[in-house]
Design a protein around this ligand. Structure first.
Ligand code: HBI
Ligand code: FE
Length: 297
């Protein structure tokens, strides 16, 4: 994710690339997926299906069950969209990869979720920066079956354009990142995952919930709007909603006063913990410290 106003940082929109259409959508071209590509989907789907019961939240698991997703083939976006649309009005549209921010926001504001048409290569099963069909469909579509998430992501699309005009998109993008992509939620039976970036990653599904390294901090809007994030590795802190309904309030509030306060406050680095934080787990920080070559101080 990046906050550039013209073109995404990665992939297809390098100099000279012509967008396929004004809204960047393309034909999914389902018939052109190869057996090897369907096999990659199967590997990922089966791995996550084993890991997620007891880790993903109930709403994710029920959304997953109700969608026409097969374990052994990349889904048809049209079939998926017909089920999704009946539930929450959302459709999935195919795009070649990351699209410019304003194009992304316009789709979301109209309840169209842009999904990468391609699937990752077998040597990138655990990690990629550009969202592919497994991240976008397996990761996002189940939560789009939930009316609260459906509302929240649409509101993000509407708010994104305003934030861009105000020059505060970084602050809003952090909210999306720490909720839709990397959010945890408190359930009566314990912390669970709802973020698409986590549920679509085998290693992060375990790390985010069970590793001693990351902080798990109660979600607070201003706190999150101030907090930078990592796009290249596991998160140093995860933010925990007290219930998914907390997103409904976020979909409805006026962000302008928050932007003003947050602009005046210091920006936080990913691993910071504040005295005012509601701590679910204080992380050891070991994972990222080891990568930096030293123990946490
Ligand atoms: N494009 N396809 C796609 N998927 C994203 O998640 C995405 C994007 N373009 C921009 C973007 N995300 C973010 O930079 C914005 O949410 C700020
Ligand atoms: Fe995503």
């Amino acid at each position: 994710m990046n906050a550039s106003t013209t073109a995404p940082k990665h992939g297809l929109a390098e100099a000279g690339f012509q967008p396929p259409s004004a809204d960047w959508t393309i034909d999914q071209g389902w018939d052109r997926y190869t057996p090897a590509e369907h096999a990659t989907w199967k590997t990922l789907f089966e791995r996550q299906s084993r890991l997620l019961p007891g880790r993903a939240c109930d709403d994710f698991m029920s959304g997953l069950k109700d969608l026409p997703l097969r374990h052994d083939e990349i889904p048809h976006f049209e079939q998926l969209s017909d089920v999704l649309e009946k539930r929450t009005g959302w459709r999935i549209v195919a795009v070649p990869g990351l699209v410019p921010d304003e194009v992304f926001f316009d789709h979301l504001a109209n309840r169209r979720f842009p999904a990468g048409q391609f699937i990752r290569k077998p040597d990138q099963l655990d990690y990629l920066e550009e969202p592919d069909v497994f991240h976008d469909v397996f990761g996002h579509a189940p939560m789009l079956m939930n009316p609260v998430m459906a509302e929240f992501i649409q509101a993000y699309g509407q708010g994104g354009l305003r934030a861009q005009q105000l020059g505060v998109l970084d602050q809003l993008a952090r909210v999306y990142w720490y909720t839709v992509e990397f959010g945890l939620v408190q359930q009566s039976d314990g912390l669970r995952i709802y973020g698409a970036g986590i549920v679509s990653s085998a290693t992060e599904s375990v790390f985010a919930l069970e590793d001693a390294s990351p902080n798990r901090i109660g979600f607070d809007l201003e706190r999150v709007m101030r907090t930078r994030y990592r796009i290249d590795d596991f998160q140093e802190s995860y933010f925990v909603l007290h219930g998914l309904d907390e997103l409904l309030a976020l979909a409805q509030i006026e962000f302008k006063p928050y932007y003003e306060r947050v602009s005046a406050a210091p920006t936080l680095v990913p691993g910071d913990v504040l005295p005012t934080d509601e701590i679910f787990a204080r992380g050891s920080g070991r994972y990222h410290a080891a990568k930096r070559g030293k123990e946490p101080v």
